[in-house]
Design a protein around this ligand. Structure first.
Ligand code: SAH
Length: 366
């Protein structure tokens, strides 16, 4: 097996500067321009490492497209409007959503500009192919999106953003770092000095017992803060779908997945997908503080059911070319909504300008 160049680079960094934060590690492992995970590959699908809702069932993107059409009406049908997707993977969700929008609300197709926020050059190429012929533009990050009214979607984007971990010691909070073991491999080590990050954790976790690990997601919070201030100023909505918890929770949720199996997150940096649970409560608090209303979170099962996934599946199954294809349609949709699969762990949450009335799929906003 060839030498892992990112591991060699991280080892040199740690030897020179000392242990690095989990966020530093995650950022390099996922997005290092030469040796990072995303910039070089298509990680999705059966031959890749993991699979996401839009790759499981076309219903997912279609229902989100229909949701966008209603949200746009509730915004007052502004023209122009930016339809933005964060971390679009293969572009499948956007393609399915556009098909549904074209049917439900052709006027929105005319009014919108498609903007894809994607850090990976390899995935951009695939997205361009998926959307071929459509007038889309690509952005490296949300900070380069021009001002204006927004309809934004993000599926399994926030779980890929770097987290920091803090561990409760007998007296203080200490940051959990990535260090070197005696053999020169990567290992976790708790920093001996207390960390002021203890002040950043939710008050309900402040008295967690020694040994507890609490995660904070500065990158996710910064993006939601920027988006929410924009939404509060210019108008619009953002729909976030991801896996994670609705209430603050302690626990180490950093996970690596390679070829559809869990792996050691430190074993092969850049070769496995790394994600962590999304803390919806922290994102909701950030959005409210920036002047937005928060709708949900609802479980993905409840959200898709309220949007009519069952009726959509019936139509697709009826029009299927064979009984086997009809069964594939049904089992794909079940995977999205079943509690034992993605139905409960995954959540949907919308962040909106306060003038926007209750949005489909959610109980009335708080
Ligand atoms: N939304 C897609 C893909 C999810 S995988 C789906 O549901 O299938 C995560 C996506 O986010 C990939 O496209 C990845 O390249 C992108 N990504 C990860 N970190 C990013 C960052 N910091 N900025 C922009 N895109 C990022």
């Amino acid at each position: 097996m060839s030498e892992n160049k990112l591991l060699a680079h991280l080892r040199a960094t740690i030897r020179a500067d000392g242990p690095i934060s989990v966020a530093h590690y995650m950022g390099e492992a996922l997005l290092h321009p030469r040796w990072g995970y995303y910039p070089r590959r298509d990680p999705l699908g059966r031959d890749g490492d993991f699979i996401t809702a839009p790759e499981i069932s076309q219903c997912f993107g279609e229902l989100i497209g229909a949701w966008c059409a209603v949200a746009w009406e509730l915004m007052g049908a502004p023209t122009p409007v930016d339809l933005v997707e964060l971390g679009p993977g293969r572009g499948t969700l956007m393609a399915d959503a556009l098909r549904a929008i074209g049917k439900a609300k052709p006027a929105l197709i005319k009014a919108m500009r498609i903007r894809m926020v994607e850090a990976s050059p390899a995935l951009r190429v695939i997205q361009e192919r998926t959307l071929s012929g459509l007038p889309a533009t690509w952005h490296d990050d949300v900070s380069s999106l021009p001002p204006g009214k927004l309809l934004l979607i993000a599926n399994e984007f926030f779980d890929a953003l770097p987290i920091r971990q803090i561990a409760r010691g007998p007296q203080f909070w200490h940051e959990r770092m990535v260090a070197l073991d005696e053999a020169g491999g990567l290992c976790f080590a708790v920093s001996p000095a207390p960390t002021p990050l203890g002040n950043a954790i939710d008050a309900s976790l402040a008295n967690a017992p020694p040994g507890s690990i609490v995660e904070i997601a500065p990158a996710a919070i910064a993006i939601v803060r920027a988006l929410a201030s924009r939404l509060a100023e210019d108008g619009g909505v953002a729909l976030i779908v991801d896996y994670g918890h609705a209430e603050p929770a302690a626990g180490d949720t950093l996970q690596a997945v390679r070829a559809h199996k869990y792996a050691d997150p430190l074993a092969a940096p850049g070769e496995a997908d790394l994600t962590a649970h999304v803390d919806f409560a922290a994102l909701a608090r950030t959005a409210r503080d920036a002047g937005c209303t928060v709708h949900g979170p609802a479980t993905q099962g409840a959200f898709l059911t309220a949007l009519g996934i069952e009726a959509r599946v019936d139509i697709l199954a009826r029009n299927a070319r064979s009984p086997e294809q009809a069964e594939r349609v049904r089992s794909g949709a079940r995977r999205l909504i079943d509690a034992a699969e993605m139905g409960t762990l995954f959540k949907a949450m919308a962040v909106a300008h306060p003038s926007i009335p209750p949005l489909p799929g959610f109980e009335p906003a708080d």
